[in-house]
Design a protein around this ligand. Structure first.
Ligand code: 4AD
Ligand code: MG
Length: 455
């Protein structure tokens, strides 16, 4: 029987006959036998294959990186750190790997170097663990929403509206360079972009299904070379009808707790690896998320805390500023030492669709909510949406957008409008937060950043 190495390591009993396939991680030779560590990506651990020198196989081809198929009997292992091993009775080299040029040798490589070989880095312990955790998170996201009756909706990748109003969009065009920029001749007859968020379309669907979520790629042409920004990243955007900002915050908190709990339960070996190699706070961080209520406060209260703190910030603090990463991290990491939900931001720094608070017209605020995480800063951005037609039209005009361009979005406020809210979780920031990986480029298989779209 063919098994994954994960199945073998957890279930196989001494004496059982099995076949496994994978890539050689390391090779060690003694007088009578050769030991191979074989990994197939199904789990962090490798299976030790014991090969007698008498076995009919070209031993010279059993090198690090080679793909092999091994058949034999499971035996209790005498070596430390492993329960069982495989005594090979047949061995086949499926694909060789030239030891002179194969870049992944036994020594530990830097993450910077591994980014230059993104096609091979999934074969390392660290990236194997990251991408398994990423997979588990994606699965748990669907489980969480599906178990609560949310409908998964698919919003377009090609869009003609800038949801966030930040103008950080990639153009999509079929025009040849000489024809630019006559968009009337273009494929869609007007400028089109890669979407920065599926929110506006998710609102349409929430106005029919009550509870929906999206989970897909989004794109931002932000020229920011930071450890938290990608030009292409995945976002999860739930949208709930008949809901206000507090419901949104409750959903965000329950959601993150569920995901951490799922990964802590189901990816134990991978998390222990991160705890040992990446950050010794990975497990305590996860437990902290699961067990402690998040802190909730208003933007105005956050500004008060930042102003009173003795911490020196690069960006000066004053009511009205957009919180910078250093401010967000101070609040979550140092002041509260747990995730923080900041609500009611100044209207001037947030998107047009957020619901205007009615009090204090001198300092208008909107029903925005950001979830700030220790070590990361903003991980979730959300809001209650403006459901009042006149207010929304006024807001669009105030920031120079043409209400006619948003006719269908405004129609939702004309026909059966209801209070509703939602948020966007940056999927890679979540995986960073869970694994302790310092750079966002190391939690997505093929990162897209300024001047970098190889592979
Ligand atoms: O705060 P943002 O811009 O919110 C929205 O797009 C809303 N339309 C979401 C909604 O209410 N449905 O983005 C949401 C999250 C951020 O909190 C951050 O985690 C992540 O997306 N994000 C990025 N992640 C990686 N690289 C980037 N360039 C990111 N920009 C935002
Ligand atoms: Mg945001």
């Amino acid at each position: 029987m063919k098994f994954s190495i994960n199945q073998v390591l957890h279930q196989a009993q001494p004496g059982e006959q099995i076949v496994v396939q994978g890539w050689v991680r390391t090779k060690r030779q003694s007088k009578e036998v050769t030991f191979l560590e074989l990994n197939d990506g199904s789990c962090l651990a490798s299976l030790q294959i014991v090969i007698p020198h008498s076995l009919a196989v070209n031993h010279g081809l059993l090198t690090t990186g080679a793909a092999i198929k091994a058949e034999g009997a499971i035996a209790a292992s005498l070596g430390k750190g492993q329960r069982i091993e495989l005594l090979a009775t047949a061995l086949e080299v499926i694909g060789t790997a030239d030891p002179e040029t194969y870049p992944l040798q036994k020594k530990r490589h830097s993450f910077e170097f591994l980014r230059t070989i993104a096609h091979l880095r999934p074969r390392t312990n660290a990236f194997g663990a990251v991408f398994r955790v990423r997979n588990a998170c994606a699965y748990a996201i669907h489980q969480f929403f599906q178990s609560q009756g949310f409908i998964w909706v698919h919003t377009p990748i090609i869009s003609t509206s800038d949801c966030e109003g930040a103008g950080e969009m990639f153009h999509v065009t079929s025009l040849k360079p000489g024809q630019m920029p006559d968009y009337s001749q273009d494929f869609f007859g007007k400028p089109a972009y890669l979407t920065v968020s599926g929110q506006l379309e998710a609102e349409v669907l929430a106005m029919a299904f009550s509870k929906v979520y999206t989970f897909g790629p989004t794109f931002r042409a932000e020229n920011s070379n930071t450890s938290r920004h990608l030009a292409e990243f995945w976002m999860v955007e739930p949208e709930i009808a008949f809901a206000e900002l507090e419901d949104d915050a409750d959903l965000a908190e329950a959601f993150l707790k569920y995901l951490f709990n799922y990964v802590l339960t189901n990816c134990q070996a991978d998390l222990e690896f991160f705890q040992e190699r990446i950050s010794d706070r990975v497990i305590s961080n996860a437990e902290n998320i699961i067990n402690q209520p998040f802190e909730r406060l208003t933007y105005t209260q956050a500004i008060e805390i930042l102003t009173k703190s003795s911490q020196k910030f690069e960006f000066p603090v004053a009511w009205g500023i957009d919180l910078q990463s250093e401010h967000e991290r101070y609040l979550a990491e140092q002041y509260f030492q747990k995730p923080v939900i900041v609500m009611d931001y100044p209207a001037g720094i947030k998107a047009f669709y957020m619901r205007l608070n009615d009090q204090d017209p001198e300092h208008p605020t909107v029903r925005a909510m950001d979830v700030l995480a220790p070590g990361i800063g903003e991980i979730i951005g959300g809001s209650q949406r403006e459901e009042r037609l006149e207010v929304l039209e006024m807001r669009l005009q105030a920031i120079g957008l043409n209400p006619a361009d948003y006719w269908w979005y405004l129609d939702l406020r004309r026909y059966g409008t209801v209070p509703h809210a939602g948020f966007g979780l940056g999927f890679e920031r979540l995986v960073q937060f869970m694994t302790g990986m310092a750079n966002i480029r190391d939690v997505i298989p093929f990162p897209r950043t300024p001047l970098n779209a190889d592979f």
